[in-house]
Design a protein around this ligand. Structure first.
Ligand code: BGC
Length: 900
């Protein structure tokens, strides 16, 4: 079904054809991209309550949706006849076209539905093309299959973490012609499935998506009608370790409280159910059970997400996943207890090959070759090699940095071995890519080649969650453009069913504090809503009875250190999804968890309005010496109580906003009272009346007090002055903040009157700055400001946390694109034409349509082209010499100019 859906969408977008009763290709408005939630992939919905979204496109100005009518039918025929037998919304007077909830006949598992929307605008009427959706199995009790697997004595290497892959197979007989067949399948940690020798869902990698397997396990749904035939059929499943089989211990001694580093859930296991409907209407179900066969004597001799994959082609099990294979030497699969978690259909898109990178250079050194991909990327290397002989071992080791002596920098991989091995079985050409690992790398060391390869023998497959790129930013400053590109690569490098901290070393975890504010900026560049919405469920899955939330989500490291700054992402990410995508569901779903956590924090650690509990401080601020990771200088360090208390106050403000959306307006007074008490206490404790700064006058302390709105009235400019003085004098116009302070820096400087300093920081090329990273050869964003000189043990070249509010600033302040209403239904366009920038070209593909803001300044003349998508309006703030001129604009494309 996936290709079909893609075809429908691309046809619509490519031609803007108007189809159906009101169709008319010359029509003034077109309804395009009708989408059912979650339909990108997996294509079978995880919910019986889908939500519908469409866009309106038009060449005309001032297009407003007046009403819509959604029809959902149980057959295409019904829909074409205008009968919405599942749901006919009737004509609904509303301008909303995003995430409209289904309110028809209850949809159970395995429903098939066709839908369309008829849209009435002030400029004409149109209807969308017909779209299809199916539902998956929605009630876990309908899965009758058993979890199966086997614990092999001989595959236990080290800490049971590096295993040979398991291969499972089963032949089954279909007595009649097949009309429809679905495969419901999960394998933990990772699986690949085949029917009659053909891979099912071959575009989806590293599946299913990650979760805390003690609470939730996701399964995938595939239409396998075309793969099955009357007679004998074979299903084969390969199982890898993934995150299920405890991964190796980190070298960082962090489990001081006795918790294990990586959780070990067990050895790999799988579950599958094939449901067949025959042409005569009868049905038959085939399930995984003890009659399946299993072996670990296949070609994947070792697999571990971090260490890599060892593939021995001499052990290939030719034909194992097709009919007639002799599996007499295999063992009977055992029915196992299975993971504790509830089986649910995967709600977020699968990881896919999103781009292919061609290497740019090959360096020869003795019998080694070093491949330079030209870009720090995440995924794996596909090889196409000739000339190897039987038994030859080809080794590929991955790293982000090639040192000056032409060796890989491996120390920052910590204990991840990051090596793929391929052992040839004969002299035929080798075409291979791994299955159950991924690497973060720019360079590959290749050992064991008989002949010199050519660049075209290699491809870098960039793997991350399927999603569209929605933002573009370009300006007259080259460094800022390169930083934007590095951010783009860094963010996509770290989307693997969760937003990870890093993609290369023995960590790769959903550290939540890295995203508290970053998530808002990322959402301008990527349509990441389904991934982040799923991550919020991971938060809830990992919440303790007490209310405590972990710092990494899912809690593969059981770190429950109870900071405010890290788990606070549960609140801000839900807020981001609402603001950016118009999606209130995450708020409704997780509001209780947020409230429970905040109450727990307050009750456990609150002391008359102050919370001093904090684990990480202003993590990764520029230290006093270039080889350090963490500063020890008390003048640089912002004390814990400032960070926790200020963030608690900030989150109270968010909760006041979220409470009514979640349906609890009655909670507002509680959050208000909390906020008032916290603000009073914060100023009493930390505000220095005389000097007009907070605590020890770090930029971070002052930013938190000021940006969160805690500063006593009338003293704002005093605090701001201290931020500017410290930055300009002590830091020579450079950042002095770590992960916490950086989240407010760019916006505060701009809003409180020194956008010039913000621009300087954004375009700096000297240490510490994002531009310094660029000039030091970075093609992604570093974990440390001093990433090229600090010790390697916590020094990834591909983190995103130090981006802070930089991307928000680029899109909302330089481009000037902001949401005034959720999902950008109402927009504010308010660019800051900072002196020193000649132009900015910025666009954001919002759920309503593409917003464009392109401006240039020549002398004092400001010229601005902007586009407001159909069915939205904007408050347009034109910068002039006197400040901003604000005028309401309807949709359309415009050019304005002014004198600055
Ligand atoms: C991670 C960071 C994380 C931090 C907190 C680091 O190891 O890479 O992203 O936020 O730990 O301790």
């Amino acid at each position: 079904m996936q290709p079909m859906l893609m075809k429908i969408l691309s046809k619509l977008t490519a031609t803007l054809l108007l189809i159906g009763a009101f169709a008319c290709s010359q029509g003034p408005v077109s309804v395009v991209e009708p989408k059912t939630e979650g339909m990108i992939n997996p294509e079978y919905l995880h919910t019986g309550a889908p939500r519908f979204t469409w866009r309106i496109e038009s060449e005309l100005q001032d297009v407003v949706q007046k009403s819509y009518r959604i029809l959902v039918a149980s057959s295409e025929k019904n829909l074409k006849a205008g009968i919405g037998d599942l749901w006919d919304s009737g004509e609904v007077a509303s301008g909303i076209s995003v995430l409209i909830p289904y309110e028809g006949v209850g949809l159970g598992s395995r429903t098939q539905a066709w839908w369309k929307v008829i849209v009435n605008t002030n400029k004409g009427t149109d209807e969308s093309e017909v779209s299809y959706f199916g539902t998956s199995i929605l009630d876990p009790s309908e899965i009758k299959a058993s979890w199966i697997g086997h614990e092999f004595a001989d595959d236990v290497l080290e800490f049971k973490t590096r295993l040979a892959a398991r291969y499972l197979r089963k032949e089954f007989n279909l007595t009649k012609k097949v009309k429809d067949a679905k495969l419901y399948i999960s394998g933990v940690g990772l699986y690949e499935a085949f029917i009659n020798g053909k891979e099912i869902g071959s575009d989806d990698h590293l599946k299913p998506t990650v979760s805390d397997y003690d609470v939730t396990v996701y399964f995938n749904t595939y239409d396998v009608t075309d793969e099955l035939r009357k007679g004998t059929n074979t299903i084969g499943v390969e199982l890898g370790a993934g995150r299920y089989t405890g991964l190796r211990h980190s070298s960082v001694p962090r489990d001081r409280d006795g918790t294990r580093q990586f959780r070990h859930y067990g050895v790999p296991q799988m579950i599958a159910q094939i449901e067949v409907t025959y042409a005569d209407g009868t049905k038959e179900t085939f399930v995984s059970d003890g009659s399946w066969k299993i072996t670990n004597k296949g070609p994947i001799r070792l697999n571990n997400l971090f260490d890599g994959e060892r593939y021995d082609a001499r052990m290939e099990l030719t034909g194992w996943n097709a009919n007639g294979y002799d599996d007499s030497s295999w063992l009977d699969a055992e029915i196992v207890a299975g993971p504790k978690g509830t089986l649910l259909p995967q709600p977020n898109p699968a990881i896919k090959k999103m781009e292919v990178v061609k290497p740019v250079a090959l360096i020869e050194k003795g019998d080694l070759y070093y491949l330079d991909m030209g870009q720090n990327m995440v995924g794996w290397l596909k090889i196409n090699i000739k000339g190897q002989q039987a038994g030859d071992t080809l080794s590929m080791r991955f790293a982000e940095v090639l040192q000056s002596d032409t060796t890989l920098l491996l120390a920052n991989m910590r204990r991840a071995e990051v090596t793929d091995l391929y052992i040839a079985k004969d002299s035929k050409p080798i075409e291979w890519e791994p299955s159950f690992t991924y690497h973060g790398f720019r360079y590959v060391e290749i050992k064991g080649l008989r002949n010199k390869p050519s660049l075209s023998d290699f491809e870098g497959h960039v793997l991350y969650d399927q999603m569209t790129t929605t933002g573009s930013f370009e300006c007259s400053n080259e460094i800022m453009n390169k930083v934007h590109k590095n951010a783009y690569w860094g963010i996509r490098s770290n989307y693997h069913g969760m937003p990870t901290d890093c993609p290369q070393r023995d960590e790769r975890l959903g550290w939540n504090g890295d995203r508290t504010t970053g998530a808002y900026g990322e959402a301008y560049i990527f349509n990441n809503n389904l991934m982040y919405a799923k991550w919020l469920k991971d938060f809830e899955d990992s919440q303790k009875e007490s209310g405590s939330l972990p710092d990494v989500v899912p809690a593969y490291w059981r770190f429950y250190y109870d900071s405010i700054t890290w788990p606070g992402a549960i609140v801000t990410v839900a807020d981001m999804l609402y603001q950016q995508f118009g999606d209130s569901q995450p708020i409704v779903r997780h509001y209780d968890a947020m409230k429970k956590w905040l109450r727990y924090m307050k009750e456990t650690y609150g002391d008359k309005g102050i919370i001093t509990k904090d684990k990480y401080g202003d993590w990764c601020m520029p230290p006093e010496s270039l080889d350090m990771i963490h500063s020890k200088d008390p003048n640089r360090i912002t004390e814990a109580g400032v960070l926790s208390t200020a963030f608690y106050y900030y989150l109270m403000g968010k909760m006041m906003k979220l409470a009514p959306i979640a349906g609890y307006p009655e909670d507002i007074p509680y959050f208000e009272a909390e906020a008032a008490e916290t603000k009073e206490a914060f100023n009493r404790e930390y505000f220095k009346e005389e000097e007009g700064y907070y605590a020890n006058n770090t930029v971070t302390a002052n930013l938190l007090g000021l940006w969160f709105g805690m500063t006593p009235e009338g003293r704002e400019q005093d605090v701001f002055k201290n931020i500017v003085e410290k930055t300009e004098n002590d830091c020579k116009g450079h950042v002095s903040t770590g992960v916490v302070g950086i989240q407010q820096l760019m916006r505060t400087l701009t809003e409180y009157g020194n956008p010039q300093l913000a621009l300087k920081i954004a375009s700096n090329e000297t240490y510490p700055s994002w531009g310094y990273m660029v000039n030091s050869g970075a093609t992604t964003i570093w974990e440390l400001w001093n990433g090229n000189t600090a010790r390697p043990d916590m020094n990834s070249a591909n983190h995103v946390m130090l981006l802070g509010d930089l991307l928000i600033w680029k899109y909302e302040y330089l481009g000037g694109i902001r949401a005034l209403e959720p999902g950008f239904k109402k927009i504010e366009l308010k660019p800051y034409p900072i002196e020193g920038l000649d132009y900015v070209n910025c666009s954001y593909d919002s759920v309503y349509g593409t917003i464009v803001s392109n401006w240039k300044r020549e002398g004092n003349t400001f010229t601005w082209n902007f586009t407001i998508p159909a069915n939205t309006t904007a408050t347009v703030c034109l910068p002039t010499s006197e400040g901003y001129d604000s005028v309401e604009y309807p949709s359309g494309s415009y050019t304005l100019s002014s004198t600055l």
